[in-house]
Design a protein around this ligand. Structure first.
Ligand code: ME8
Length: 510
């Protein structure tokens, strides 16, 4: 891998019309896990996240609070930035679409599409959903008469305005050819199939400017028009890469390797976005991954519905890595998932406290007590012979992560945690010490080496806890990535006094 080829990964940018909810946290955690894995595997990464601050939804939320949209965006974007800090998200940039550089990028993209003849002035009449900020075709609506709703179940109203249009209808064949030639462009496969059949049904031109309000990026040379929020929102990925002025940076970063987004906005990313880029003559991102929705005990949760759980409070309650681990492990990446207090507690007690934590605690406290706090001599034992699943786990992890199987990757790693705990229990070094002290030392060596390897293997998912384990093993910062997996603990290394890394959740007395 050369430094000329960084892995460019993005989340969707969130609407800061309210505080972040657990769905936002899930998306940024999953994306962070992928970004961290790529770094762990030696790749240079550029990870972008941020807030999508224009559009009617923001203007209306601000009006509801009697403040300017910019004031609302400033306040709420702050909470999204705080969430990235609290959740230990390793983004390289937090983009806000109200930044001047983003206006320049959006206008440059617009001009490029216009120069190519794909933008024309017309009149828009159609079914518009304020909540989705999207126009829908008549045939897409569900229900009858005044009770008709968008396919997302939101209210729609008949709207007429002068508008600039993007000639989306001209791109259907090129999009279909692109999906065909690049089967991984839209993942998972089910979402790809939905997009393909939508595009096969034919595409209507897209209204891409608004005159009814002014909270947006001004359309170049068209007084009174601001860009439809999705045109400017999607452009954030180019702004983040330095388009159009930072040429060298842009050429290194663009096209993006992966856009991680939720299933409700796949159409914007897999139909509109590639069509805009094709029109402007720019390369397309390699992959759009549509993850599922997080449900609170099975119920859909969102700001507009009002049953929102504050992820910062959840991280404080359960612990950051406990929350990260739960979401990454329990939700099959790409599918919907559910969460509840009981499920989080059960997972983190079983896998973190009683699993990896127990292994570390037991072997490190025996090393402190019986080996003077120094790593014992390895003797003739090889970890792969004692705990065979170590021989294949690195390849398995690489395979899982190459297809974004985040939960499978953790499942496989925890298979090794189970084997390592089983090994320790079988060998019973506390008993062996009485008859064969050198043998007991060797078992402790293997167990400590298992903890070292496991900590490296899980650093992408639970970074702070993994680093705390590596601190306990006195590992310097430069030997904590996958290239150091096989290096082995040095005998005689002085270890600090052991400390528990994964507290067990105990229900407070009522
Ligand atoms: O859609 N579970 O912003 P947003 C999982 N600004 N993910 C969820 C979720 C849930 N319950 N609810 C929302 C927008 N999400 C636009 C994006 S990108 C150029 C513009 C996901 O704040 C949602 O699918 O409504 C999206 O990927 C992200 O959170 C931001 O949602």
């Amino acid at each position: 891998m050369t430094t000329a080829d960084p892995y460019y990964i993005t989340t969707a940018i969130s609407y800061p019309n309210g505080r972040p909810h657990i769905g936002h946290a899930y998306e940024v955690i999953a994306t962070d896990a992928i970004a961290r894995y790529q770094r762990l595997a030696g790749r240079e990464v550029f990870f972008l996240t941020g807030t999508d601050e224009h559009g009617l939804k923001m203007a209306q939320a601000a009006r509801g609070r009697d403040i300017e949209p910019r004031a609302l965006a400033d306040e709420m974007s702050g909470y999204f930035q705080e969430m990235t800090r609290v959740l230990n998200i390793s983004n390289d940039r937090f983009i806000r679409t109200t930044e001047p550089s983003h206006y320049a990028a959006s206008q440059a993209l617009w001009r490029a599409m216009q120069a190519n003849g794909d933008i024309y002035l017309g009149r828009y009449e159609g079914w518009y959903s304020v909540r989705d900020e999207a126009f829908y075709d008549e045939k897409e609506l569900v229900g009858e008469g005044d009770a008709r709703l968008s396919p997302q179940g939101t209210p729609v109203e008949w709207t007429v305005e002068e508008s600039w249009f993007f000639r989306l209808s001209a791109f259907a064949d090129r999009l279909l050819a692109h999906y065909e030639a690049n089967p991984d462009f839209i993942l998972p496969e089910g979402r790809r199939n939905e997009v393909v059949s939508f595009v096969r049904g034919g595409l209507s031109d897209l209204s891409i400017s608004r005159t009814s309000f002014d909270w947006g990026v001004p359309v170049p040379d068209a007084d009174g028009h601001v860009m439809y929020v999705w045109v400017d929102a999607l452009t954030n990925y180019l702004t983040g890469a330095g388009y159009p002025d930072e040429t060298a940076r842009y050429e290194r970063l663009w096209p993006a390797d992966l856009h991680v987004i939720g299933k409700d906005i796949v159409r914007f990313h897999a139909v509109y976005w590639p069509a805009f880029l094709m029109s402007a003559g720019l390369p397309l991102p390699a992959c759009v991954f549509g993850h599922g929705f997080l449900l609170n005990r099975g119920e859909k949760m969102s700001k507009s519905v009002g049953n929102v759980v504050d992820p910062i409070a959840m991280a404080e309650t359960y612990g950051v890595d406990q929350l990260r681990y739960f979401l990454l492990r329990e939700v099959s990446f790409g599918q919907d998932g559910s969460y509840s207090h009981d499920a989080i507690v059960t997972r983190s007690n079983a896998d973190l406290a009683n699993g990896l934590g127990n292994l570390a605690q037991r072997c490190l406290s025996m090393i402190a007590k019986n080996c003077g706090g120094k790593v014992p001599a390895p003797g003739p034992l090889r970890i792969e012979e004692e705990i065979p699943s170590f021989a294949t786990i690195a390849d398995e992890l690489a395979r899982d992560m190459a297809r974004l199987g985040l939960n499978e990757a953790l499942d496989h790693i925890w298979g090794v945690v189970r084997d390592a705990n089983g090994y320790f229990a079988d060998k019973a070094p506390w008993a062996l010490r009485k008859t064969d002290p050198a043998g007991a030392d060797q078992v402790l060596y293997v167990a400590a080496e298992a903890v070292r390897r496991l900590a490296i293997l899980v650093r992408w998912a639970i970074p702070a806890s993994a680093d705390a384990l590596l601190d306990q093993l006195a590992q310097p910062a430069d030997v904590r990535d996958l290239s150091s997996l096989d290096s082995g603990l040095k005998a005689g290394l002085d270890l600090p006094p052991p400390q528990g890394v994964f507290p067990r959740w105990v229900e407070p007395a009522v």
